[in-house]
Design a protein around this ligand. Structure first.
Ligand code: G3H
Length: 195
């Protein structure tokens, strides 16, 4: 069985400031994670010639992948973070204060709530379909470097978690989730490379 490695990008400058969305670079801690990830991937997939690294089209995932050498890298727009529309670049406190109705509707139904001019979790789940089809077809290992909301949806698909749980799945930074699909079902391992 071949592994699929799922990870969020290294901590971004917007993560540090508590801002959602955006397209910032990674922080110093994020850079350190990128190096540790590269080490891990190079060891783990050493003899896997056909393995590949998939990122989103956003800087923070591309930068996280950049220290990894020896494997082809593919950028997918479908792996971009949930589009927060008019709330892109805001903190949750700012949304709560300036758009209390939006804040409340999201809290009530995070799965279905669609940001004005942006996306809902259901939208993200739908746009991931081609990625999932391609992941299923791959015979070689794949490292997916993406974002919190997107990885919640991908993880739920492989771990067979119910739809309603998806927006609430814990998806920590600086942690690799390794999924192995074998005849006896799906196995999972986690590697926390740093805090
Ligand atoms: O920037 C967006 C976050 O990664 C998604 O988190 O859906 O829990 O607000 P959330």
């Amino acid at each position: 069985p071949r592994p699929i490695l799922l990870t969020r990008h290294g901590e971004s400058k917007d993560n540090v400031r508590g801002r959602i969305g955006g397209d910032t670079a990674i922080s110093d801690a994020g850079e350190l994670y990128a190096k540790k990830l590269a080490n891990f991937v190079e060891k783990r997939l050493k003899s896997e010639r056909a393995a590949s690294i998939w990122t989103s089209t956003l800087q923070r995932t591309i930068l996280t992948a950049s220290p990894i050498i020896g494997f082809p890298k593919i950028q997918w727009r479908a792996l971009d973070e949930i589009n927060a529309g008019v709330c892109d670049g805001m903190t949750y406190e700012e949304i709560k204060k300036n758009m209390p109705e939006e804040y409340e509707s999201r809290k009530k139904d995070k799965l279905r709530y669609r940001y004005p001019r942006g996306e809902s979790y259901l939208d993200v789940i739908q746009r991931l379909e081609p990625v999932i089809i391609e992941l299923e077809r791959q015979r070689a290992p794949v490292v997916v470097i993406s974002h919190q909301a997107v990885l919640r949806a991908l993880y739920a698909y492989f771990a067979d978690r119910p739809l309603k749980e998806i927006p609430h799945i814990e998806m920590p930074l600086h942690t690799i989730i390794e999924i192995q699909m074998g005849v006896s079902g799906v196995q999972e391992k986690r590697y926390k490379l740093m805090d």
